[in-house]
Design a binder for this molecule. Structure first.
Ligand SMILES: [Zn+2]
Length: 453
């Protein structure tokens, strides 16, 4: 048999095995306890992991933190080398709406593994463990300790990951790098960009939930006052949406992202990004105007998500509220943004209450040995893919690790089309089995060729 044929059969076997394993994980309904899920489903998943990866669980030391979060320690050769942390969360969000295949059925059809968590984040969980199991069976010993961190409440921004960080602190362990879910391999990062890009998140926007409360003396709907609480809230929303108080700014990481994209752009965009020395001062405003992801990359965003008035159509509310979700740009702080919101809310005699917040974490360029190792493995496994740093717009578990290291890479090693990305937290989440197999090879190579940092 030719080497090529051998390789094909080998990878087909890997693809089918990994797909079956991922399907079995999906059949565990691990909705976080915070969202009404059941403990038993997490124990069921953990039983499945033990069964599917017996050599890994036999060799690695297993730690249980915060009850349901698991940490596997795979001892490395070099005892002086700082460990590498690979993260993937066990919990998933709920699945509502009409699905083509049962979201918790774990079905494999038409080249996909279907179901909630297929991408986010059981796909990564499966790929990491599959890679480790294969290396353990082959007798490989990693250069440095590998810590596999599997939290149980990433989606509700729960206690699992922060508890692991506290545990690492107590044991005086500083990882050399952390790899967690994040940007995927995508096409057309910006309009007009050709080719595939591996989006490696090195920083992350901050997060605020804020409640705006407008009060009145109530009264009857037949004799309404001139200014009602809902009217004031509407006026405030209108102001914030039409004239957001947050200034756009081009972060060095975003600037680097565009610089790397420039050769793959066409037309006017190419000129703009090729000549950043000239155009940089104009860019923040230009990108802010483009909307969508381009806008979210350069400024704090505010989305009004919930509203509440009175309980009946003919009763004026004594109190009306709206809730907003903000993603804080890395050049701002939570306090600064809250100050800007308060100033606007004051104008309409509205109170502002911060419900939850965490600060943004600044990004880094891909110019350190850890990033170089990661990008060289990506370029090897995914031929013709360009790597670029970026700032993650969504929140993830790994931001907790920023107090331990600034070498955090938020990267999901799947090529995800817009359609596939739409399944994340949406309907018909599914992962091509070929992408799962490639992700196994990615983690395998990442560990196999790991240097000491
Ligand atoms: Zn996730």
């Amino acid at each position: 048999m030719s080497k090529d044929n051998e390789k094909k059969i080998y990878s087909k076997f890997l693809e089918q095995t990994a797909a079956k394993h991922l399907a079995e994980m999906i059949r565990c309904r691990t909705i976080s306890l915070e969202s009404g899920g059941s403990r038993d489903e997490f124990y069921k998943l953990q039983g499945v992991l033990h069964k599917l990866y017996p050599e890994t669980f036999a060799l690695c030391e297993l730690m249980r933190i915060d009850e349901l979060t698991l940490v596997l320690l795979w001892p490395g050769r070099d005892k002086d080398a700082a460990p590498v942390v690979l993260m993937a969360h066990q919990d998933v969000v709920e699945a509502t709406g009409e699905w083509t295949h049962d979201p918790f059925g774990g079905e494999i059809a038409d080249g996909f593994v279907w179901g909630r968590g297929a991408i986010d984040d059981k796909g990564c969980l499966c790929a990491v463990l599959e890679a480790v199991e294969r290396l353990v069976i082959a007798g490989h010993k990693p250069q440095a300790d590998i810590l596999i961190v599997m939290s149980h409440n990433e989606e509700p921004m729960g206690t699992g990951a922060p508890s692991v960080v506290s545990w690492l602190r107590e044991h005086d362990i500083t990882p050399s790098m952390v790899i967690d879910e994040g940007g995927a391999i995508v096409d057309a990062v910006l309009p007009g960009v050709k080719g595939l890009t591996a989006m490696i998140g090195t920083g992350e926007k901050g997060y605020i939930n804020v409640r705006f409360i407008a009060r009145s003396r109530g009264g009857h709907a037949s004799t309404p006052p001139k200014s009602s609480p809902l009217g004031r809230l509407a006026a405030m929303i209108d102001t914030i949406e039409k004239k957001p108080p947050f200034a756009p700014k081009l972060d060095p990481v975003v600037k680097d992202l565009f610089k790397r994209m420039a050769p793959h752009m066409s037309g006017a965009l190419k000129f703009v990004f090729r000549n950043l020395w000239l155009t940089a001062p104009l860019l923040p405003r230009l990108l802010a105007k483009m909307g969508g992801e381009a806008r979210a990359l350069v400024m704090t965003t505010c989305a009004f998500t919930m509203a509440k008035g009175s309980g009946a159509p003919n009763v004026l509310p004594e109190q009306a509220e709206v809730t907003a979700n903000l993603r804080v740009a890395v050049h701002q702080t939570v306090d600064e943004v809250m100050g800007q919101l308060r100033e606007i809310a004051d104008r309409y005699d509205i109170e502002c209450e911060q419900i939850y917040a965490h600060e943004p974490t600044a990004g880094r360029l891909l110019d350190n040995p850890q990033a170089e190792h990661l990008t060289s493995v990506i370029e090897q496994i995914y031929e013709g893919v360009n790597c670029a740093p970026y700032l993650m717009l969504a929140a993830s578990d790994s931001h907790h690790f920023s107090e331990l290291t600034d070498k955090i890479f938020k990267f999901t090693p799947f090529h995800l089309t817009r359609e596939l990305r739409g399944g994340i937290h949406g309907i018909d989440e599914k992962l091509p089995t070929s992408e799962l197999a490639r992700a196994v090879l990615f983690y395998e190579e990442l560990i196999r060729s790991l240097p000491s940092f």
